[in-house]
Design a binder for this molecule. Structure first.
Ligand SMILES: *Cc1c(COP(=O)(O)O)cnc(C)c1O
Length: 338
């Protein structure tokens, strides 16, 4: 099978997860449209159940499991949006879910995963140790590992967003999509370009540790140093044995924009004061790219608000205008990312 996930898989995913996810609204942004001189639309996916689009991919992957695999259960090493989404999707399907995390993960994150019905397994002192436990669960207990981005069913699930986006605004010129491991943008670009080949897809990453951008430049997956960032959901590498997203991003993404930390904060702030939406750093990155003048406005633009899971005290400080720099506040945290 080709590395690339295509429209038929994405359309099948949409039928499969209908009823498990909420189709989210597309609203115009009068303020951004006025500034850009072209219509600017916002896809409000931070309003998805569990607070991010990751529920689409996780729901599709869990729904694809047969009865026996579902009984053995699913496992992942993510404490962020993917962990939440997988816990929610598994509970809905009546499957066991084990989310592995290191002893460094804050108690509130562990409790959030448990509140969603998953089993939190605390192992070791790093994300790598947690992944070793996932691999052990797969090898010894027959559990199914559902990774956050480099998986066909996950990519196809995220791609259902691309269908909703193009159907809402068929004359779209440019789509601006967050880019970390690339499952999100790969799925969206595959769907949108199949329906409208002329659409331009722009990826947005934070300048601090942009693994996909570095890999594109190197021509192969390369590791990057993971640094604290306001866009913590965009952290992490793409995997040296990347099977799908690297090839798809190289083929389907037209351009990648990198953002500074103050630019990411400005996105969160604009979403709150101008659009009245609470987004996390990663969630506002598309808006941030537009505000920073980094997206050429040639025709109708759609920006994705990808997630809303932010600590509300941090959110309050950002929207109050405080100059928040997580790099000086936190030691580098191996638990960030998807
Ligand atoms: C995971 C995530 C992303 C990035 O998705 P990838 O598939 O890893 O590129 C963007 N925004 C939010 C809120 C996320 O949770």
């Amino acid at each position: 099978m080709s590395a690339v996930v295509g429209l038929p898989e994405i359309e099948a995913a949409r039928a499969r997860i209908a009823g498990m996810i909420r189709p989210t609204p597309v609203d115009p942004s009068p303020g951004l449209s006025e500034r850009a001189g072209v219509p600017v639309w916002l896809k409000l996916e931070h309003l998805q159940h569990t607070g991010s689009f990751k529920l689409r991919g996780a729901s599709n992957a869990v729904a694809r499991l047969d009865e026996a695999a579902r009984a053995r259960g699913v496992a992942a090493a993510s404490t962020g949006n993917h962990g939440r989404a997988l816990a929610h999707a598994a509970r809905r399907a009546g499957a066991r879910a084990v989310i592995c995390m290191s002893a460094l993960v804050p108690r509130n994150k562990v409790e959030a995963i448990e509140a969603l019905g998953a089993e939190a397994r605390i192992v070791g002192a790093s994300q790598d140790d947690a992944q070793v436990e996932v691999d052990r669960l797969v090898a010894e207990e027959g559990m199914v590992s559902i990774p956050p981005f480099d998986h066909r069913d996950v990519i196809a699930g995220q791609g259902t967003l691309g269908l909703e986006m193009i159907e809402a605004v068929p004359e779209l010129d440019t789509l601006v999509v967050q880019l970390s491991g690339g499952g999100l943008i790969a799925g969206i670009a595959a769907a949108a370009k199949a329906r409208r080949p002329a659409v331009r897809v722009v990826g947005v990453s934070m300048a601090r540790g942009a693994a996909m951008q570095a890999s594109l430049a190197a021509g192969r997956p390369v590791p990057v140093e993971e640094l604290p960032t306001l866009a913590d959901s965009l952290g992490g590498g793409i995997g040296h044995d990347n099977r799908h997203t690297f090839a798809m991003v190289r083929e389907l993404v037209d351009e990648v924009v990198l953002l500074s930390e103050p630019e990411i904060a400005a996105g969160v702030r604009h979403c709150y004061w101008q659009e009245r939406q609470v987004v996390e750093g990663a969630g506002g990155a598309g808006v941030a790219a537009m505000l920073a003048g980094r997206v050429a406005a040639r025709g109708p633009v759609m920006l994705l608000l990808s997630g809303g899971n932010i600590d509300m005290k941090l959110h309050h400080r950002i929207v109050s205008g405080e100059d928040v720099d997580v790099a000086v506040e936190e030691a580098p945290c191996p638990e960030s990312g998807s």
